[in-house]
Design a protein around this ligand. Structure first.
Ligand SMILES: [Zn+2]
Length: 200
């Protein structure tokens, strides 16, 4: 029976890079993959991109209204799919994560979902919560804080100032001055107490 897998980590832990490598490896071995990603998280329309400069086309771009399993069945038709790869799954709704679980269990196709555990206020994303509830396998991807400790949280800087207040979701692309940095609890608190920090 196929499994639902959740691989989570803080920003910049290499999630997209790992997913793109997986897509490449499956495809190179003649195995079909389908890639799914929320549109709002795309830095380049139609693609998942890694900070290391790799990119891979997204087959199904979603928004909150997308019925993922229906879209998936329409997209694959009669084809046999070996693995479904999902990037930025934290941004999906709980109902969409339920659909991913059905693809694993009812359609018997492995699903690997990558995503953040928590937002800039260190609260679970709704999609991540549902993935923690339903996944067969949960792997943590490790990344380091600039101080050398293990990073657990996502700090955010806007125009250079620490900003983890509303809005919770801001996309860091070339058009914005938003920068995310994975950090340990100590550095998160240090930055929260810095002059001008926005924390609510
Ligand atoms: Zn630190």
């Amino acid at each position: 029976m196929a499994k639902l897998n959740f691989r989570y980590g803080a920003m910049n832990c290499g999630k997209s890079d790992t997913m793109i490598s997986a897509a490449y490896n499956y495809t190179e071995n003649g195995l079909a993959v389908v890639t799914i990603m929320p549109e709002l998280a795309m830095r380049k329309p139609g693609f998942t991109t890694s900070r290391a400069g790799k990119e891979w086309p997204v087959d199904i771009a979603t928004n909150d209204e997308t019925a993922i399993r229906e879209e998936y069945h329409r997209f694959i038709g009669e084809r046999l799919i070996h693995c479904v790869l999902v990037d930025e799954a934290n941004f999906m709704t709980p109902e969409q994560i339920d659909d991913l679980e059905k693809i694993a269990k009812l359609d018997d196709t492995s699903v690997i979902a990558y995503g953040l555990r928590s937002d800039v206020q260190r609260r679970l994303f709704a999609g991540s919560q549902r993935l923690f509830e339903l996944s067969d396998n949960i792997d943590k991807m490790i990344t380091m804080c600039t101080c050398g400790r293990q990073a657990e949280y996502n700090g955010r800087f806007v125009n250079g100032g620490f900003h983890v207040g509303e809005p919770i979701v801001m996309i860091d692309n070339d058009q914005t001055s938003v920068r995310y940095q994975s950090m340990c609890a100590n550095c998160y608190h240090d930055n929260s107490q810095s002059p001008g920090a926005i924390t609510a």
